[in-house]
Design a protein around this ligand. Structure first.
Ligand SMILES: [Mg+2]
Length: 406
């Protein structure tokens, strides 16, 4: 039977969610004025994490410092990120999706896959159903989504990325793959990393269509056997991976450390975070588990607790990735002044489903980091945890002169 998959993706999620909240309170719509989301706007270190279309017109880019964005557009409205709001909005739109689809896979905080295969009796017109879902989310929650309809997850995801916002697109058959997907640059193809993109471009392969028609043995030579086969399949619109709404284990892995001297600088805090990430990831990998969610907890010297969490697109067990995310969460949590007594990292939404991870995305940088992790794990399993440390953890414990109890 032919498969029928929807991919629902919130348009500029963080900004839209904040805008919808403000509109409900009778405030101006952030989507219609130059605005951006960016950590704590009081701090110089904050960066733009989402922006409105009018802000984009001023040349403001995601990832650039707020101070630079303000120079480009002095009237820019900068709002703080609010992870609790994001989690609420995420749950609300996914609950609407669950009313329509028998199987829903949460793919990231603002995306999910719906397996609509075999629902023809209830929903004879998939395009109409997609519009119904999209409109119900817009009309009841106040923000817009794109819905991509495809014959598999890859095609549904590619389709939802076409023209935005508030649109439904299809990639249902070979004809549509050739007319809508093949003209796109290879950098638009999911699952093709930066390093491979460069190698393909150097070899003169610029569009997804050219990639789809490249000789597969040449591709394997260019980027390696596994990546070559993977890319060839994706460019031809082939993806067998299932939509899985697996019950994630309630289990979580966590580690906290209290310090004798208060933490007062980002430098020290980040070194501690790396030590924590290293420790908790090693433990998780030992059990063959991966996490969809990372949270960071801090306690100030007046015993106030705070925490932030973020969901990953894909479950991960890579120390570097978890550390980088923890660093960002921490930068959002901490004012940079209040002395801290305790820091912790928790990994939750645990998955042990290996196959699913391999299906859609192969990230070369991540593959490298996995090898580093595997090497460290094997040395530690032979000689114990204390025998080998990541370079920067070692440096920090010497500099700070204290042992972390992790
Ligand atoms: Mg989105």
């Amino acid at each position: 039977m032919d498969r029928l998959i929807f991919h629902v993706d919130v348009n500029s999620a963080f900004l839209s969610w904040e805008a919808a909240r403000r509109v409900r309170l009778g405030e101006p719509d952030l989507r219609l004025i130059p605005s951006c989301v960016g950590g704590n706007p009081e701090r110089r270190t904050s960066i733009v994490t989402a922006k409105s279309i009018p802000a984009k017109a001023y040349g403001i880019n995601t990832g650039e410092p707020i101070s630079m964005a303000l120079r480009k557009c002095p009237n820019l409205v900068v709002v703080e990120s609010d992870f609790r709001l994001y989690q609420e909005c995420s749950k609300a739109f996914k609950d609407i999706c669950r009313k329509y689809a028998p199987v829903v896979e949460e793919f990231s905080i603002d995306e999910c896959f719906l397996d609509m295969t075999g629902t023809g009796k209830v929903y004879p017109d998939p395009i109409k159903t997609a519009h119904d879902i999209k409109n119900e989310i817009r009309d009841t929650l106040g923000f817009t989504v794109n819905v991509g309809i495809g014959a598999n997850k890859l095609l549904a995801k590619m389709a939802s990325d076409f023209e935005k916002p508030d649109k439904v697109h299809t990639l249902l058959n070979q004809e549509e793959v050739e007319s809508k997907m093949w003209p796109l640059p290879i950098s638009d193809l999911f699952g093709v990393g930066k390093a491979s993109t460069k190698r393909l471009l150097d070899a003169g392969i610029k569009t997804i269509g050219q990639l789809a028609k490249t000789d597969i043995s040449f591709l394997k030579m260019l980027v390696g056997d596994k990546a070559g086969e993977h890319m060839y399949a994706l460019a031809n619109g082939i993806d067998e991976s299932p939509v899985t709404s697996e019950e994630r284990e309630a289990k979580s892995y966590s580690v906290v450390t209290t310090v004798e001297e208060n933490i007062t600088s980002y430098e020290v805090a980040n070194h501690i975070l790396l030590g924590l990430a290293d420790s908790v990831c090693t433990r998780m990998r030992k059990e063959g588990a991966k996490a969809y969610c990372v949270s960071v907890k801090i306690r100030s010297d007046d015993f106030k607790n705070q925490s932030h969490q973020l969901n990953f697109m894909e479950a991960t067990d890579v120390t570097e990735e978890i550390y980088e995310t923890a660093k960002k969460l921490f930068a959002d949590l901490w004012d940079g002044k209040t002395p801290l007594r305790l820091m912790g990292i928790a990994l939750s939404n645990i998955s042990k489903d290996e196959e699913q991870q391999l299906s859609l995305f192969v990230d070369e940088e991540k593959e490298k980091q996995k090898k580093v992790d595997a090497a460290m794990d094997s040395i530690r399993s032979k000689y114990g945890m204390g025998k080998i440390m990541r370079g920067s953890v070692m440096k920090s414990s010497m500099k700070v002169g204290r042992k972390f109890n992790v």
